[in-house]
Design a protein around this ligand. Structure first.
Ligand SMILES: *Cc1c(COP(=O)(O)O)cnc(C)c1O
Length: 397
């Protein structure tokens, strides 16, 4: 534990640099090393040890050095009491659901979420484990209120939601959940803790895909759950140690390094995405732009309250054009890469088509096919010029 910097009164940037790092006791190196070992030396008489314990150094699936450094930093950046880091964002989501839900429980979750949330809650947990689920447009508090049942254990939201950028009100939903004895979990991946900290707004759990902004360089996968120790101890015991989706020391180290520049990168993502959203909106060939930083976006007022530093780097937009023109547009791009994922240094675009099985859950404007665009760290003038030349090349309506 790095006590010197373990102080939440320090600024976000200072903590992004220092928390979780320390001078290596053995060599004096100013960076902590990657500890690749999978086990640790036992005490003189190990026979009374609990082999499933997360306390102390035993076996890397029970907790590794690099994982712990990263957990310390993320708990600090999210202003949470405790953190568990796992192998991917989906390992964090499934680990949270597995540990916190049991058969007979009811879950309310956002109609706009990462696809694995929909598969887990709407296809697997209900049929395999008897967990009841209701899909709700969580941008509408009254719909959430109406969906709550006596056995509602968890409300899970994603804000901004992937891929429509729908905004749900964290503070109001936390109040509603707690009034009914339920817990609120928030997937904060699109915002990152620089822009939004759900735990400060009353959420019981914050989930992050570290693969995205927190690592930020498109070269490692990880996921995190931040919350109170009483819950995280259960998640650690059940979902880390016994389900086993542990993060590798190397990925934990890469994400630790990437996270140092999170505040700088997020400032640039925020600035670039807002500029691109404003530019796109002026283009006659563009059918719509969804970005919570646009004043006329349906999520703007709520986003402004809870995303205190900016609106993130992801937006969605469509063209007044047919299916193939959307594909041709992407093939004309020279700087922006066609790939899934988001929050990388480079700009990434994905055409999501018009026959997604969840399309009926999205607002009408998304039904004719659209792009999810993760605006990168390039110069915004170059990003806009790339979009402009591709639009010219395909000449949509
Ligand atoms: C990518 C993503 C996830 C899943 O994270 P992985 O690291 O790919 O497993 C979860 N939620 C959101 C909002 C995401 O964008």
């Amino acid at each position: 534990m790095n006590k010197r910097y373990y102080d939440n009164a320090l600024g976000f940037g200072t903590r992004a640099v220092h928390v979780g790092n320390d001078v290596d006791a053995e060599t004096g190196a100013v960076r902590r090393p990657i500890t690749m070992a999978n086990s640790y030396e036992l005490p003189y008489d190990p026979t009374s040890m609990n082999w499933s314990s997360a306390d102390g150094n035993l076996y890397t699936r029970n907790g590794g050095a690099n994982q712990k450094y990263l957990q310390e930093k993320l708990a600090s950046l999210e202003h949470g009491e405790d953190c568990v880091v796992l192998a991917s964002g989906v390992a964090a989501l499934s680990g949270l659901f597995f540990a916190m839900l049991k058969s007979g429980d009811h879950v309310v979750f956002s109609s706009v979420t990462y696809i694995a949330v929909y598969r887990l809650l709407n296809e697997l947990f209900n049929t395999k484990f008897g967990v009841e689920t209701t899909i709700v447009d969580t941008t509408d508090i009254e719909k959430v209120r109406a969906a709550i049942r006596p056995n509602t254990r968890l409300i899970h939201i994603e804000t901004p939601g992937n891929p429509t950028l729908a905004i749900s009100d964290i503070k109001t939903l936390a109040g509603l959940a707690h009034k009914h004895g339920a817990l609120l979990s928030v997937d904060n991946t699109f915002a990152s803790p620089f822009n939004q900290r759900p735990t400060e707004l009353g959420a019981d759990f914050t989930v992050e895909s570290l693969t995205k902004y927190i690592n930020g360089h498109g070269d490692a996968m990880g996921g995190a759950i931040i919350g109170r120790k009483e819950h995280l101890d259960i998640i650690r015991a059940q979902s880390q140690i016994n389900l086993g989706g542990v993060i590798s020391p190397f990925n934990a180290w890469l994400i630790m390094r990437g996270s140092v520049t999170l505040p700088l990168r997020m400032q640039r993502h925020n600035e670039n995405a807002l500029a691109v959203a404003r530019w796109l909106r002026e283009q006659p060939a563009v059918s719509f732009v969804a970005y919570p930083g646009l004043e006329d976006d349906p999520g703007y007022e709520t986003a402004k309250k809870q995303m205190t530093k900016g609106f993130g780097g992801v937006l969605s937009f469509g063209l007044k054009a047919d299916h193939d023109t959307h594909n041709r547009f992407v093939s004309e791009l020279k700087i922006i890469t066609s790939a899934v994922s988001l929050g990388h240094d480079e700009s990434l675009i994905v055409f999501l088509g018009e026959d997604d099985e969840r399309q009926y859950l999205y607002p009408e404007k998304f039904h004719n096919g659209f792009f999810r665009f993760s605006v990168g760290l390039e110069d915004k003038e170059d990003i806009i010029a790339d979009l402009e030349q591709a639009l010219k090349a395909v000449k949509p309506a």
